[in-house]
Design a binder for this molecule. Structure first.
Ligand SMILES: [Cu+2]
Length: 393
């Protein structure tokens, strides 16, 4: 390449690079590692910042030396061969000791950080048992008696300890703004009386917000589609969410016929009239929702795998669907939670998430070696199911 051509090419590349860099500004990054919101996240972020500045110092020193050498020792016209040297004790010592000091300066805070983030759980911490499964996340609050999936509500300003374990293969829990990745391992059997080894993760969240994460250990076909959302909210909002979870959504169960007189009208003023009004109001619910409830509990297999708190649905193979309508996404972050998308998911989950282990209308699924049949649902049943699940907010 001629010099002029090379220069033009470099100019163009420079412009492109600048445009690319500028266009990266101002975006919202859902999984940023450089914007920690917990003490745990800050430990690794501070380390990252320290190492960054060390490398910047090294870069500056190397470039400064290079510039000095290029100018100071450049060949001058008529110059003799420069003095030849072999080895320089002072230099050898300097370039051995300087990097050693830098390595020690990085190692000390690294080891401190490892111990700080691997400590035993705090006594008063809010414990959440996190179970990674192909390809979704189960979140169980043992003290609060709450089980939910994929969307984890947590309070800010309180120590939290996540106990990580896998229901099948190795996964890794990673919500970058909360902190580093941590392996989610299957629990290995131990002699009686011993506590099986599990990984923990401890942090206190400092900011409200929704923080996105992702399984970070290859676990199978839909590994990259195994998202996590952490909803960090105030203590009051978190308590309200717990209470909601324990209170069945108004549409979760069929309205109870009051006093066994559900279908006879009573004129106002007569005994039982008030109860009758209540029944009539309850019966006025969306017929599609009522139909969906009927399909869910009587016409298909959903309850084999899914539970809904406060109803007769007991399944534990798939995600707990309590207050499903209030989740913002479906299937570990794959779809926005709308009735249309729910219908799509129930009909044909593999079209949404290839590799998923939920059976569709036309095909079954194998979970842990057990084959579950296709649900064989028609579109009317599917629309109704979607309306029922959406109604539970
Ligand atoms: Cu994975």
């Amino acid at each position: 390449m001629k010099n002029g051509k090379l220069l033009r090419w470099m100019k163009r590349a420079g412009v492109l690079l600048t445009v690319a860099m500028l266009s990266a500004c101002g975006e919202e990054y859902l999984q940023s590692t450089i914007d920690p919101v917990t003490d745990f996240g800050e430990v690794s972020h501070n380390l990252y910042v320290q190492v960054f500045w060390w490398t910047m110092i090294i870069l500056a020193v190397v470039w400064a030396l290079m510039a000095y050498i290029l100018i100071r020792f450049r060949e001058k016209p008529g110059q003799d061969r420069p003095k030849q040297i072999h080895g320089h004790m002072g230099l050898e010592i300097a370039w051995t000791i300087a990097p050693a000091i830098i390595v020690v300066a990085i190692v000390i805070p690294t080891i401190q950080g490892v111990f700080e983030t691997q400590r035993p759980p705090d006594e008063d911490a809010l414990v959440v048992e996190v179970t990674g499964k192909r390809y979704w996340w189960n979140f169980h609050f043992p003290e609060q008696g709450v089980t939910t999936a994929n969307e984890l509500h947590l309070p800010v300003g309180r120590p939290i300890s996540l106990r990580l374990e896998s229901g099948d293969v190795i996964h890794s829990f990673w919500v970058p703004q909360l902190g580093g990745k941590r392996d989610v391992n299957p629990v290995v059997a131990v002699p009686e009386g011993e506590e099986p080894k599990r990984n923990w993760m401890h942090f206190t969240i400092k900011e409200e917000g929704v923080f996105w994460g992702q399984c970070a250990e290859f676990c199978g076909e839909a590994h990259s589609l195994m998202g996590i959302r952490v909803v960090a909210e105030s203590e009051e909002e978190f308590q309200a969410w717990l209470t909601d979870w324990h209170t069945p959504a108004p549409t979760a169960n069929a309205p109870e016929p009051v006093g066994g007189q559900a279908d006879t009208e009573r004129p106002a003023g007569e005994p039982g009239a008030e109860a009758q009004t209540a029944v009539n109001q309850a019966v006025a619910e969306d017929p599609l929702v009522a139909r969906g409830r009927e399909v869910f509990f009587r016409e298909t297999t959903c309850v084999l795998c899914h539970a809904i708190q406060g109803t007769a649905a007991p399944g534990i193979i798939g995600p707990n669907l309590t207050r499903m309508g209030s989740r913002s996404t479906i299937a570990a972050g794959m779809l926005e939670n709308t009735p249309e998308n729910l219908a799509l998911w129930i009909k044909d989950p593999l079209s949404v998430k290839p590799g998923s282990e939920m059976p569709g209308a036309q095909y079954g699924a194998a979970i842990a070696g057990v084959q579950y049949p296709a649900t064989n649902l028609n579109d009317e049943q599917i629309q109704a199911l979607a309306a029922y699940l959406s109604s539970m907010r």
